[in-house]
Design a protein around this ligand. Structure first.
Ligand SMILES: *Cc1c(COP(=O)(O)O)cnc(C)c1O
Length: 392
């Protein structure tokens, strides 16, 4: 039995089998490469589902995190910390939001957004205006409320009863939206690019329609930027590509470079909604996660960083479009969906593993979410392996 197998056997004995795991036991990583228990090296074009935004164990990030571990690892949210204040200041400065609630995951950020939207409406209009429109094929998380919000039937099994108050509209169908946007609705929740749903960007017309129809009725727009945010698409927020700023934006995944952190960002309008006792989290805004987050924001704010993300995205697209097995490339920035002509995405991901490459899938597409810091050499190597598998 090799070292990978030994770890996998111990792991599977006691850990819930809630994931379709790949046969890889990851031991360590540096930069954009990781190594398994057998010592085999991988180029990682998935970055832990877009979470290791600066790659593995980035020096400056690790220094900031370690320094914080040795200073203050946790405090109750009944007290203040400077590191959380500083992180919030920078995040607000980079996004234009005024108020933040910190949690520990994407689902928690969305739970917060749902609560804020409902309370905003209740405070202003009273009962009966609690429905939230979400899109078919969306993904908003695994808690009961965020599962209920998720517009994919495959997720709506077993866990009945689901939370009421979510209405699904077909993405890019303005008529469907118009019909369902009645006076029971307090918010519309969207992903500008549906990630888990297959790396599909919304159309500019549809996004325009959402904002145009919601504004006069004081219906809030919630942008779930858990996957698209924090530089992933080449802008700090994907909404910038569409010229839009939602009332509420949620972030997680890449925000703290691989530490658990979720953020619910609110504009002026929503800033007063959460009052003492209405929401909370023991770990939310943890100092170590904030220190990691500050290191991520510092890097993203550095001269030319996001332009480079766009350049790398263009490079990936042009390389992939030369491949005869690729029928189309979707997504935005370093969030890439690859539609194949004849091969199965899951089989490609598995074949890539054997050849020292990590890629993801989304529905029937191969999905790439490389670290934002990836170099052209690493991209060339990684894409070379992928294309060789596709053209086999
Ligand atoms: C990953 C993801 C979530 C859920 O985040 P967790 O941290 O797994 O709870 C929610 N929405 C989107 C768009 C995501 O990509």
């Amino acid at each position: 039995m090799n070292s990978n197998d030994k770890v996998m056997e111990r792991f599977d004995k006691h850990i819930a089998h809630s994931y379709g795991r790949m046969p890889l036991a990851m031991k360590k990583g540096a930069g954009r490469r990781c190594v398994d228990e057998n010592g085999k090296e991988f180029i990682d074009l998935g970055s832990g589902i877009g979470t290791n935004s600066l790659g593995y164990c980035d020096e400056k990030w690790a220094d900031a995190v370690c320094a914080q571990v040795r200073t203050l690892q946790h405090n109750s949210n009944y007290y203040y910390t400077e590191v959380q204040a500083e992180f919030a200041e920078k995040l607000c400065a980079m996004t234009g939001y005024t108020n933040i609630f910190f949690g520990n995951s994407g689902a928690e950020a969305n739970e917060c957004a749902i609560k804020v939207a409902r309370k905003y409406s209740f405070d202003k209009y009273g009962k009966g205006r609690h429905n939230i429109i979400t899109l078919v094929n969306s993904f908003h998380g695994r808690t009961i409320a965020t599962l209920s919000a998720t517009g994919q039937d495959v997720f709506h099994n077993y866990f009945f009863p689901f939370v009421e108050g979510f209405i699904n509209v077909e993405a890019n169908n303005i008529e469907d939206l118009k019909q369902k946007l009645d006076d029971t609705v307090c918010a519309v929740m969207i992903e500008y690019v549906q990630g888990e749903g297959g790396v599909n960007a919304l159309s500019q017309e549809f996004v325009d329609a959402i904002y145009d129809l919601c504004a006069p009725k004081d219906i809030l727009v919630i942008a779930d930027e858990i996957q698209t945010g924090v530089g992933r698409t080449g802008k700090f927020l994907a909404g910038e590509h569409f010229g839009k700023k939602a009332d509420i934006t949620t972030l997680a995944k890449g925000i703290a470079g691989g530490l658990p952190m979720g953020a619910c960002l609110m504009n002026e309008k929503c800033s007063g909604v959460l009052t003492p006792g209405t929401h909370g989290s023991t770990f939310g805004g943890n100092p170590i996660a904030c220190a990691g987050g500050l290191a991520v924001l510092d890097r993203l704010g550095s001269e030319g960083f996001l332009d480079e993300v766009c350049n790398k995205a263009a490079f990936i697209k042009s390389e992939l479009e030369k491949c005869s097995e690729v029928s189309s490339v979707s997504g935005l920035g370093l969030m890439v969906g690859i539609q194949l002509k004849t091969k199965k995405a899951a089989e490609v991901a598995r074949a890539a593993l054997d050849k020292g490459l990590l890629v993801l899938t989304a529905k029937d597409k191969v999905r790439l979410l490389p670290p934002l810091t990836i170099s052209y050499d690493e991209l060339k190597d990684g894409l070379g392996i992928l294309i060789s598998i596709l053209e086999e």
